[in-house]
Design a protein around this ligand. Structure first.
Ligand SMILES: [Zn+2]
Length: 324
């Protein structure tokens, strides 16, 4: 799970909607395209970002027949007018539905929804359910609003009611403008952003009030799990600041949500398995991007786990997260 896929051709949404730095693609040489954010170059992608057959072939080298795909977070477009974001989301979701229909043995898709508008987000969630999607991917913040804000609660409630899994992916990283050098938004901002999202969902009581909601946090939960002691200590020493919406210690939620395995660090992965349990870590890659685990769990296979633990990490946990 945790792989990203984009249509090979995108409509020019900026022209269509008449505003905004929507992503468009320039296919400037064979097998590659430039993702452009308005007129600004965002990143170059290869055909393994859009060609389902190329991906199946690449994955097969690592004995992985099935990928859980979702859009690239820069496509979320929560900053756009809600109706336009719904339009864009439906385009991406219909494309993913087509991939699953064409290659049912190889792809499971997570949809995207216009989080900036609660009603439209739920409307698209309901449509995704009818299309057979097992869940959605959402950003770690929505126009810098935290996921624990009251306006998002009905969306999580709908996810739980519709039996839709939620994948929280960092995007619009905090502090990005202040630390552009050294790729710090990706290396430091993303883990912090995921911790922010998870901590907000814990402290606001979303996870407490919706015990049936199946949430998975990207990149092994970012910096959440490595700082759980600090979160718990803060909860205990300053309940007046921390325990105001949920009286339950954050450590209680370890083992109640899922995380992916994208740590690039066997020692950290071992620690995470210890604290969240071996039923809650899913093989996640971030393929096809360079920061991903592009050898698809080879480092995990070398960690000396039992067959049972490996089966859990490699697919059983993902199926439980997605389908209950
Ligand atoms: Zn990712």
């Amino acid at each position: 799970m945790h792989t990203h896929l984009l249509p090979e051709r995108l409509p020019n949404f900026a022209d269509k909607f008449g505003y905004g730095d929507f992503i468009h693609l320039q296919h400037h040489r064979k097998g590659f395209a430039r993702m452009m954010k308005g007129e600004v170059f965002f990143r170059e992608i290869g055909e393994n970002c859009w060609d389902p057959q190329v991906r199946i072939h690449e994955y097969a080298r690592y004995h992985t027949p099935v990928q859980v795909v979702c859009t690239i977070p820069v496509m979320f477009s929560y900053w756009a007018k809600a109706q336009d974001c719904l339009d864009l989301s439906q385009f991406l979701n219909d494309h993913l539905a087509g991939i699953v229909e064409d290659f049912p043995e190889h792809y499971i898709a997570l949809g995207t929804i216009p989080m900036q508008d609660t009603d439209l987000a739920i409307k698209e969630l309901e449509r995704l359910k009818t299309l057979g999607f097992p869940g959605v991917q959402i950003g770690s913040n929505v126009n810098q609003l935290n996921l624990g804000e009251a306006q998002f609660y009905p969306i999580f409630e709908a996810c739980a009611a519709l039996d839709m899994a939620v994948f929280v992916h960092p995007w619009e990283m905090m502090g990005e403008a202040d630390m552009k050098k050294y790729w710090l938004p990706w290396l430091v901002g993303m883990p912090a952003e995921t911790a922010r999202a998870a901590a907000s969902m814990i402290f606001s009581g979303v996870l407490e009030r919706l015990p049936g909601l199946r949430v998975c946090f990207a990149h092994a939960g970012g910096s959440l799990i490595p700082t759980i002691g600090r979160l718990e200590h803060g909860f205990n020493c300053r309940p007046d600041l921390v325990a105001i919406d949920n009286p339950v210690t954050p450590r209680h939620y370890l083992g109640k949500f899922w995380v992916d395995s994208a740590t690039h660090d066997p020692q950290l992965l071992r620690y995470i398995l210890d604290v969240v349990g071996e039923t809650k870590v899913c093989m996640g890659t971030d393929y096809p991007f360079p920061l991903g685990d592009l050898e698809i769990g080879t480092f995990i296979e070398k960690m000396g786990f039992t067959e049972n633990t490996l089966e859990r990490i490699m697919y059983k946990n993902t199926l439980e997260w997605l389908y209950g």
